[in-house]
Design a protein around this ligand. Sequence first.
Ligand code: HSE
Length: 309
Amino acid sequence: MSNSDNHTVRVFGSASLSNLGPGFDTLGLCLRGIGDIIEARFSSKPGITVASSAPIPLEARNNTAGRAAHLVMTKAGDKRGLHLHIEKGIPIGSGIGGSAASASAGAWAANLLLGKPFTKEELAFEVLEAERLASGGALHGDNALPSLLGGLILTSPVSPLDYRRIELTRPMHLVVVLPKRTILTTDARTILPSVVPRLEAVHNASDLAFVLHSLMAGDWDTLAPYMMRDRIVEPARASLLPCYAAVREAAMDAGACAVALTGSGPAMFAIVNDAKSASEICSAMVEAAGEEANGIVTQADMHGVRECT
Ligand code: HSE
């Protein structure tokens, strides 16, 4: 049954970490408490309209939330218009999946207004398609799927709808440091090598397997070598972030289990053993950045997109 036409919903789309070292376009993790909020209602105006005070595209076809909502309405065969208001809680171009958070929130908001005809899993295609807008046409699910579904997600870069949830066996405490600069994913993808030597590819494939093993075992202390020596993506992107090496070093010196760039950066994250050490590690990373940066102490989120309570 669909909701009445004057009903309003508020939906929280979570930020996410992607790549996690060697897992380029393959591994992503939903973050607790950082995200975008979308307020949505039916509108007498046909199609999807989008409003926001953030500097983002407001044409629905170029906006990940607008595009996702449009695809959900089309899937449901409902021709009513929708109005979306987006509060960007995630800094633009920060590397923690802002476009994916808006896409998952836009899709879920439309679904709630329609009376929830679809499960989250049934909306994966729509969210992935919307996220394509932010990555220059490439279809990758390492932000979109964790943001939608929550938890740690393994997805195939060849066919992102082929994904698996990796169960975490203990709570994961995290520090995320956000330097106040912007790196656009599209730019940070064009600088990547298109061909890599076999040795590098094998090295990364092996490290990704070890990272997954440590994550599944809940053994964060064994993560560092495998998560921190990506030979293909991070070395190219480190050149875009002058504080990359200093932040890594500071995190490890302060007791982090492992640290890496998230997505195309500039954000970096550290996996830490407990909430107690997290604040100290966070301060060390922010200080080492040597530029304006925000530090956030958080955890992995297992729930994904949700209606605001
Ligand atoms: N895996 C993608 C990349 C994520 O690193 O380009 C973009 O946020």
